[in-house]
Design a protein around this ligand. Structure first.
Ligand SMILES: [Fe+2]
Length: 260
């Protein structure tokens, strides 16, 4: 399995704090069958700044540690980039990283709302040849209330990643329901852990995939799993065929969430 969103590098953000934390996370990842992680420390979220060079340097040290410890885990670089006014200029200054050197870039909205300039930003990123992936929209209050607005962002060219812990109910019922509803209705392309700690906020990717398989069917699981692999090789990622009519479904989604 490939995990495209993790906070596994030590001392950069609110994820792993020490090399011991990092190696514990690496062992936990391998134990559940994860072969590659993309390290995505927070960047420009008002608390943490982790420019491209700093992430690359720490990832290289991590690879050396993994080799020394004999842990069979591949590490790629990325960032979880908060949507901010300077984002496009920061890209031109080479401060930003895509995921594993692909065209896909992981971006994070504030938790309370969808920024007014999101559609324009997605458009500008597309012009630059970049493919923005919205991190955990199921944790965004406006996307939960108005899934059609998330749908519009996907129609503008964005992708979306749901978090394992949301699907497993660890962020509460409302977020759990939104996560499953988004999956069912074609508003999610990828599943990843957003892991911060081996035990307290671990990976649980296998568990989430198993749950997807039992609740939605093996085809959903395979679609998500394949998308993570395709992302790594910069191939096109896709929604399930049946879920292309997102726009027409938004009212149904909204009713479903309101009921729950
Ligand atoms: Fe994250």
């Amino acid at each position: 399995m490939i995990d495209i969103h993790t906070h596994i590098l030590p001392g950069l953000d609110d994820g792993a704090q020490t090399w011991e934390d990092t190696l514990n996370m690496a062992r936990a990842a391998v134990a559940e069958g994860i072969t590659t992680v993309i390290a995505t420390p927070h960047h420009a979220n008002g608390v943490y700044l982790n420019k491209a060079e700093a992430v690359r340097a720490q990832a290289e040290l991590f690879r050396e540690r993994l080799a020394a410890e004999g842990i069979p885990l591949k590490v790629e670089c990325g960032q979880e980039i908060r949507v901010h006014d300077d984002l496009l200029d920061a890209w031109q200054r080479n401060e930003l990283l895509t995921l594993a050197g692909s065209s896909y870039m992981l971006i994070e909205m504030p938790s309370g709302r969808i920024p007014s300039g999101m559609r324009d930003l997605i458009h500008e990123l597309k012009i630059l040849g970049l493919k923005p992936i919205i991190a955990h929209p199921e944790r965004n209050a406006e996307a939960i209330r108005h899934p059609e607005r998330l749908s519009e962002l996907l129609d503008a060219g964005a992708y979306a990643q749901v978090t394992t812990h949301s699907l497993l109910g660890l962020f509460g019922k409302k977020i759990e329901d939104a996560a499953w509803s988004f999956c069912r209705n074609g508003l999610v392309h990828l599943v990843s852990s957003d892991a911060h700690h081996a035990d307290l906020r671990g990976f649980r990717l296998r568990e989430a995939y198993d749950r997807i398989s039992s609740k939605l069917g093996e085809k959903f699981k395979e679609n998500f799993r394949q998308n993570a692999e395709d992302l790594l090789y910069n191939h096109t990622i896709r929604l399930m065929d049946h879920s292309r009519d997102r726009i027409s479904l938004w009212k149904k989604i909204e009713r479903f969430i309101r009921k729950s």
